[in-house]
Design a protein around this ligand. Sequence first.
Ligand SMILES: NC(=O)c1ccc[n+]([C@@H]2O[C@H](COP(=O)([O-])OP(=O)(O)OC[C@H]3O[C@@H](n4cnc5c(N)ncnc54)[C@H](OP(=O)(O)O)[C@@H]3O)[C@@H](O)[C@H]2O)c1
Length: 257
Amino acid sequence: MKNTALITGASSGIGKELARIHAAKGRDLILVARRKELLEDLKEELISKSNVAVQVIQKDLSVVGSSQELYDEVTQNGWQVDYLFNNAGFGGKGAFLDRDLEKDVEMVRLNVMALLKLTHLFGKDMKARGKGKILQTASTAGFLPGPFQNTYFATKAFVVSHTQGLAHELKGTGVSITALCPGPVATEFAQVAGFGGSKMFDGAASAYKTALKAYSAMEKGKVICISEIQFALLIRVLMPLLPKSWTAAIIAKMQQS
Ligand SMILES: NC(=O)c1ccc[n+]([C@@H]2O[C@H](COP(=O)([O-])OP(=O)(O)OC[C@H]3O[C@@H](n4cnc5c(N)ncnc54)[C@H](OP(=O)(O)O)[C@@H]3O)[C@@H](O)[C@H]2O)c1
């Protein structure tokens, strides 16, 4: 295995496109998600198109201890992770107090805890080697209050903040970290989060274009990548001018559209 990327959430959406882009550069892969058959199909496609080495690991990363198991399996096989793509995640619509708390706890375990643990484990090895790249799939949600998808927005705020701080700590180590912050993207995300048919996803970006921008930002070592210009303007220019209560009201309306 060489120039190997470990991609969580590689069975669909942004993760699957990141895998295709990485493979097209002749670089090897470890694909991780729960749906093994989808990972096996992707493995076959990548090997036939790009002649790269691909490993598949089926893992539910919301289970306590699963990130350590994943790390142990990778290292025991002698595979070196040069690129870590912490991409697996899900959202969930609804008022916080009306939602099943267990589902939100599972969301925090996947979107925050698995990402934190994998970054720590593989990041340490990268730092010791003086080389490595980490891409965290966050969201524009990470910059905003998120009524009616509150826990999801908060998990992404964690990812944005943690990435920004860690990027500073990693200066001069040879390891870079990038947070991808897309707006709505056309993937399975909307269906899983309970937004099927929502106007919020009209005109959503393509998973391929989003992954392409993320990959390029990661290669350049950029810390934050807001993948669409209109969201960059919204987050960086418009939202800071508005009172937080107005922003929350706008987001609440969008979640219910
Ligand atoms: N789509 C959007 O509008 C949007 C916008 C901003 C940010 N994002 C972020 O982008 C990332 C990728 O999402 P996507 O849009 O590509 O959606 P997606 O098509 O639903 O992909 C989610 C991926 O995460 C994996 N996953 C979910 N639960 C998992 C678990 N417990 N353990 C391991 N893997 C798990 C899924 O695979 P299995 O089901 O096979 O496990 C799938 O491969 C997420 O972090 C999401 O929050 C999405």
